[in-house]
Design a protein around this ligand. Structure first.
Ligand code: HEC
Length: 272
């Protein structure tokens, strides 16, 4: 299953997220739409409180795409307005007159044919060998391996030390999450009244990777890192929260599994 990187234009259409504004942003839909439209560049779309009608009503009167959420042409996903594995924004990019997702899939197929260009730098074999030794010794190779220097895994931000704001924003979708349904790939756009739906298979995907992708079921990074460091310090092995004493975790999960995130922080300790 290939979902192409959803063309960003879709997420740029903040109005398409009006249905999510309450659970995700904590804003009433009308307040959310009013904020967006009060300074619309085009006076046609600008919200005018003096008219005494709701922002959604004023927008509906001028909406160029009445069948699609937001202002640009898009198609509600089967879970809309909820987020889902099929579409975090709840909408799909699709061109009327073509089957659903046709252009996105075509772009995805094209992207799969792309290869990084060869470096134009002259390679000094001795320096390269030295660099590779450092790269291995520093443990970079555990994640950056193979011709594309990747293990194709999503890594927790507390392990990487990168900015967690994307994870934090995705986490909010957890409480407004719909089923992984997708339309039949022959479904025309505009959608018929009762489009045929399929449940997208998630089996074969690692549960941990799915959770990391959307930061669902993940504790705050700092708490996790503390737990990790503490467990490494105590027993010289990496263990999950599940293997800590029952009174400190308050659940009945099975003990003793090693925690991949801890192992990535301290690979050598895990190898012992
Ligand atoms: C635990 C796994 C892991 C280890 C170990 C690791 N990296 Fe990374 N690295 C990643 C991930 C994941 C990304 C992508 C981060 C993102 O997109 O937010 C990344 C990104 C990078 C990038 C940016 C690549 C780009 O295309 O923008 C560089 C450069 C890099 N790493 C170098 C290193 C070096 C040098 C080391 C060793 C000192 C190292 N990494 C160790 C996982 C790792």
């Amino acid at each position: 299953m290939t979902f192409s990187g959803v063309p960003n234009a879709q997420n740029m259409d903040a109005l398409a997220q009006a249905g999510l504004s309450k659970p995700i942003f904590g804003l009433d839909k009308e307040v959310y739409m009013g904020i967006l439209l009060q300074r619309a560049a085009s006076s046609k779309y600008r919200y005018d409180p003096a008219k005494g009608t709701k922002p959604s009503e004023q927008f509906a009167a001028v909406d160029p795409t009445p069948d699609s959420p937001g202002i640009i042409q898009s198609v509600p996903s089967p879970a809309h307005p909820r987020s889902s594995f099929v579409s975090v924004s709840g909408v799909l990019s699709s061109v009327p007159g073509y089957p659903i997702n046709r252009h996105t899939l075509a772009m995805s197929a094209y992207q799969n044919t792309l290869k990084p260009p060869r470096s134009h730098l002259k390679r000094d074999a001795r320096l390269a060998a030295e660099g590779e030794a450092v790269f291995r010794r520093a443990g970079c190779i555990t994640c950056h391996a193979g011709p594309y220097l990747t293990n194709n895994r999503i890594v927790a931000t507390d392990v990487l030390g990168t900015n967690p704001s994307r994870a934090r924003s995705f986490k909010k979708t957890e409480k407004f999450w719909g089923p992984p349904l997708m339309y039949d790939y022959d479904t025309p756009v505009p959608l018929p009244k009762k489009p045929k739906l399929h449940r997208m298979p998630l089996n074969g995907m690692s549960e941990e990777q799915i959770r990391l992708a959307f930061a669902h079921g993940i504790r705050r990074a700092a708490t996790r890192r503390r737990a990790c460091t503490a467990s490494i310090g105590r027993r010289r092995t990496c263990t999950t929260a599940a293997s800590r004493p029952a009174r400190s975790r308050g659940n009945t999960a099975s003990p003793g599994r090693s925690n991949p995130a801890c192992c990535r922080i301290r690979p050598k300790v895990c190898a012992r």
